[in-house]
Design a protein around this ligand. Structure first.
Ligand SMILES: [Mg+2]
Length: 297
């Protein structure tokens, strides 16, 4: 499958098209902005510092777990696991209804940061701070090299483009400190965030979000395919479908090995050239290098 003219494109967004993880600390300034009137600048700064500590520790633990050769950093893993236990403990109702908790909810991290600093978390401020964080993140996040150029070239070639992305886990806090997950609300908030990328030059026909079924389940990808088929008013030939993402397990493995997508492309932030990993599986740093795989006839 390397005929550009027949290709149909599915892109992950966060850390594939835009540098979401890279802008976390900058986005956390939004938390201070939202809270300082209520809690004062000094406490709000401390809440921000705790928020970043929680986010970075859980992210580091997640990356260590994925890279088992590195899993001897026991101290960091223990710290990350004890934070995750707190994250889970504030989602008893989510676990009861949905069978699992949401690991990356910024609302939960903010609430835990407030606990740590010793201010009473209130629903309006927890959710307001999360909203301000995501707003700041959306305003400040940058596209990766080649992302917009590739998008423009695909549009010029009349290629269908669909964005498929995980839930932001926009949870709602109750007065007792427990969180609720309402998929429609969470989805609405993420749609708003992603739609703003259009103004910065990203074009696409459809957006599929992981609320409630999320990556890497087959249901998540089936939902995206149905959306594409509706948009295009025809059945997709998955052999002509390309999936692009920054995580093999999260983004690529299910569509590529279980559903028959014709090509999978892994985006690695610091990679300098196009690498053929195996048949129809490639990795790139600059997204424009993807076009080298395709012929235009
Ligand atoms: Mg991603």
């Amino acid at each position: 499958m390397n005929n550009l003219k027949k290709s149909i494109w599915f892109f992950d967004i966060d850390d594939t098209l835009i540098d979401t993880a890279g802008v976390n600390e900058i986005a956390s300034e939004g938390i201070v902005e939202a809270l300082e009137e209520k809690y004062g600048n000094e406490k709000s700064e401390r809440i921000k510092v705790q928020f970043n500590k929680i986010f970075n520790t859980i992210l580091a633990g997640y990356r260590l777990n994925k890279d088992s050769a590195n899993a001897n950093n026991q101290e960091l893993l223990d710290e990350s696991n004890s934070l995750l236990e707190k994250v889970a403990n504030s989602q008893k109702l989510v676990i009861k209804e949905w069978g699992k908790y949401k690991k990356w909810s910024r609302e939960v991290f903010i609430k835990l940061a407030m606990d740590k600093v010793g201010v009473e978390p209130r629903k309006a401020y927890v959710e307001g701070a999360a909203e301000s964080y995501w707003k700041e993140l959306t305003a400040k996040v940058s596209f990766f090299s080649g992302a917009i150029d590739l998008n423009t070239r695909l549009v010029k070639n009349n290629r269908p483009i669909f964005l498929i992305t995980s839930s932001d886990a926009r949870l709602q806090m109750r007065d007792d400190g427990q969180f609720l997950y309402k998929p429609e609300y969470s989805k609405k908030m993420k749609t708003k965030r992603i739609e703003q990328l259009r103004r910065r030059g990203l074009e696409y026909q459809g957006l599929s979000i992981g609320d409630p079924e999320d990556k890497p389940t087959i249901e998540f990808f089936k939902k995206a395919i149905s959306l594409a088929e509706n948009c295009l008013s025809k059945n997709l030939d998955l052999k002509n479908s390309v999936i692009v993402g920054d995580s093999y397990e999260g983004d690529l493995e299910t569509p590529f090995t279980k559903m028959g997508f014709g090509m999978a492309i892994l985006v690695r932030k610091n990679q300098t050239k196009l690498i053929k990993e195996s048949d129809n599986l490639y990795s790139v740093g600059n997204l424009m290098d993807i076009l080298k795989i395709f012929s235009e006839s």
